[in-house]
Design a protein around this ligand. Structure first.
Ligand code: KG4
Ligand code: ZN
Length: 360
């Protein structure tokens, strides 16, 4: 079975071909960095127009690289939410048109499920497993019980972890996307101890007896540090140290919440799970310090950490095509009348969280 996947929910225009044997025949990702750089973040209208300009060609290249003609595609899967609605519509309508012309099934993919199932594309992984989903728009702790079956245990009450990286980078004058740039600056720090002393930062929610996150206070603490140094006196070493301290604060915050979730998972699923696994997925999980911190946590807790390769953590269409494969196997296809969903929680039954800008 050969599935074409399409991803356009944020600022990546992406197309990929994946088989049910877990072969990624092509995986083309076009990042719209230059279009958004001057604004310091993604502008939805510009993103949607860029998807229109580039998606056809991206799909053509994906087919060429896979050595396939369009009529050899067995199904077309596209992200239909959650995300920036203009971009989502471009990808979804293109996928529907192709599925209709080729007379093959169309599969509407939840972008969050694509991140959640990626490790099943890259490794042997059985349900159930624990997931830390950390991206630019979401920070959630979930249990994957099966395809389309998720329990959301925790979410952010305000900003997502990726948003905290991006907004903090902007405060420090670093370009978008902030995460990779903060990681690069942090890696240049010469003296870790001094960096943490120079720029102490909080570990939000650490003592709360739940699985939720909050990152807006951390971003405000970064702002205070930046304002306390006049821009004239803020040298590279200061930025490196602040990036180091921020990366450490985010890593430790994510790990402490996961530590609680691991205990809950052991109690709830322990007896039926031979190889208990924490999956970390989403763009922020490309960060090496975060991976190492979670690896140490898992080693202590008797868990396995499963983290997709960094280029499958950030947005791509191979993960979308893979959801297509998983859903097709179960006979889960969608009608061409399917409506795009700007909000699409993985666990619709999860208790709502009351806070500004809640990411479900
Ligand atoms: O999953 P993703 O590509 O898009 C969304 O679905 O949001 O995640 C993008 C986020 C951005 O906030 C970006 O700064 C962050 O992932 N990110 C990183 C790294 N690479 C990407 N954050 C920290 N360290 C990285 N190396
Ligand atoms: Zn994503």
């Amino acid at each position: 079975m050969i599935v074409l996947g399409i991803e356009t929910s944020c600022d990546e225009t992406a197309a990929a071909i994946v088989t049910d044997k877990r072969d990624i025949l092509s995986n083309v990702v076009l990042r719209q960095l230059e279009e958004h750089a001057v604004f310091g973040g993604v502008v939805p209208e510009i993103a949607a127009r860029a998807h229109i300009d580039h998606l056809d060609n991206t799909i053509r290249i994906a087919l060429e690289q896979a050595n396939l003609r369009p009529n050899m595609v067995g199904a077309v899967a596209a992200t239909c939410g959650p995300g920036l609605i203009g971009g989502v519509l471009v990808g979804m309508m293109t996928a529907k048109a192709m599925a209709s012309a080729l007379k093959v099934p169309f599969i509407a993919v939840n972008h969050l499920e694509a991140h959640a199932l990626t490790p099943r594309l890259t490794s042997d992984l059985e349900f159930p497993y624990l997931i830390l989903l950390v991206s630019g728009g979401h920070t959630q702790i979930l249990v994957a019980e099966g395809v389309g079956q998720y329990k959301r245990w925790g979410t952010t009450l305000d900003d997502a972890a990726g948003e905290c990286f991006d907004k903090s980078a902007k405060l420090m004058g670093l370009p978008y996307p902030g995460g990779p740039n903060i990681e690069r600056m942090a890696n240049n720090t010469k003296d870790a101890k001094q960096a943490l002393e120079q720029f102490p930062l909080p570990r939000p929610m650490q003592h709360h007896k739940n699985y939720d996150f909050s990152f807006s206070g951390l971003k405000s603490a970064v702002r205070s540090h930046v304002e306390s140094l006049s821009s004239a006196s803020m040298v590279d070493k200061d930025i490196e140290n602040l990036c180091f301290s921020l990366q450490m604060a985010i890593s430790e915050t994510l790990a402490s919440r996961c530590a609680r979730a691991i205990e809950k998972f052991k109690a709830a699923y322990g007896p039926q799970t031979l190889n208990p696994t924490l999956v970390v997925s989403g763009g922020v999980s490309a960060n090496q310090t975060i991976r190492k911190t979670l690896e140490n946590l898992c080693a202590k807790a008797g868990f396995r950490l499963s983290a997709p390769p960094p280029d499958l953590c950030t947005d791509n269409a191979a993960m979308v095509a893979w959801v297509g494969v998983e859903r097709l196997r179960l006979g889960l296809t969608d009608p061409l009348t399917f409506k795009a969903r700007p909000r699409w929680p993985l666990d619709p039954a999860a208790e709502p969280r009351h806070g500004a800008g809640v990411k479900a």
